[in-house]
Write a protein that binds this ligand. Structure first.
Ligand SMILES: Nc1ncnc2c1ncn2[C@@H]1O[C@H](COP(=O)(O)OP(=O)(O)OP(=O)(O)O)[C@@H](O)[C@H]1O
Ligand SMILES: [Mg+2]
Length: 243
């Protein structure tokens, strides 16, 4: 399938600190693409730039053939980018802890007008993540970290995105829970045909899950290849796979 996301030579700064320099990448529709990199490499900055939360210094980002981000606020607002079909599950999840699971899912459907469609999607989420169904009336703070991550993913899916951006879905979670979350991500991709772009510190798991991967170092893309090739790459093995 064709290209859905095209990032073309973007740079992003925080004041005088350069976080991304001339980053280019492509995501094809239907793929799972991984971005790996050390702490502070600029991974979260890249995801935030895609949804319009960090302004570009240069370059551009297009989605489904339309330019969505350009320097000097010539891009779309975050709200409009969401409406085009991109949903971000941010690092650290950012759930509304004092709201119930159901209320959190409702928030994810903010752009859906049709109440019966919202109810239908919530039921789909409860089928897909049974623990959320069982806990739908409970405050989110009573959920475990893994359950909160699943809820954050479900909340993002409530808008029925074409592209799902995941920022370290396994962060701080036990290995078995992380496996669980990644198997859900695969199903979301394969069965629901959602294109996935994921950032993950666990490079081995990320690259095994993904058809294609990019390596970000100090705000620059230094390598890109299909997931299997990156797993065999000596530089990747030394820096990210503890080999
Ligand atoms: N709001 C901010 N203000 C100033 N500097 C920032 C801000 N956010 C990030 N940075 C800096 O930009 C660089 C990239 O940060 P970013 O959070 O994108 O990295 P990351 O790859 O997501 O790291 P991590 O693995 O720790 O999540 C870092 O040097 C960071 O300190
Ligand atoms: Mg980050």
């Amino acid at each position: 399938m064709g290209e859905i996301l095209k990032i073309d030579g973007i740079s992003v700064s925080y004041g005088s600190i350069r976080a991304l320099t001339d980053v280019s990448m492509n995501v094809n529709e239907g793929d799972i693409v991984a971005l790996i990199g050390a702490n502070g490499a600029g991974k979260s900055t890249l995801l935030k730039a895609i949804v319009g939360l960090e302004p570009l210094k240069s370059g551009s980002i297009s989605f489904a053939g339309e330019t969505i981000c350009q320097p000097k606020h010539h891009g779309l607002t975050t709200d409009l980018i969401a409406r085009r079909g991109i949903a971000l599950v941010p690092e650290g999840r950012h759930v509304f802890a004092d709201m119930t699971v159901e209320e959190n899912l409702d928030m994810g459907a903010f752009m859906v007008r049709d109440q019966s469609l919202i109810e239908k999607r919530k039921e789909e989420m409860y089928d897909f993540f049974p623990i959320l169904g069982a806990r739908r009336k409970q405050k989110t703070r009573s959920l475990s970290g893994g359950e909160q991550q699943m809820m954050a993913i479900a909340r993002a899916l409530m808008s029925s995105p074409r592209l799902l951006l995941l920022d370290e879905p396994g962060l701080g979670l036990a290995p078995l829970i992380v496996q669980d979350i990644f198997s859900k991500i695969r199903i979301i991709n394969e069965e629901n045909k959602v294109t996935v772009f994921l950032v993950e510190q666990n490079a081995r798991l990320a690259l095994r899950t993904s058809g294609y991967g990019y390596v970000l170092e100090n705000g620059r893309i230094v390598l890109s290849d299909n997931g299997e090739a990156l797993l065999r790459n000596e530089r990747v093995q030394k820096a990210y796979l503890g080999a």
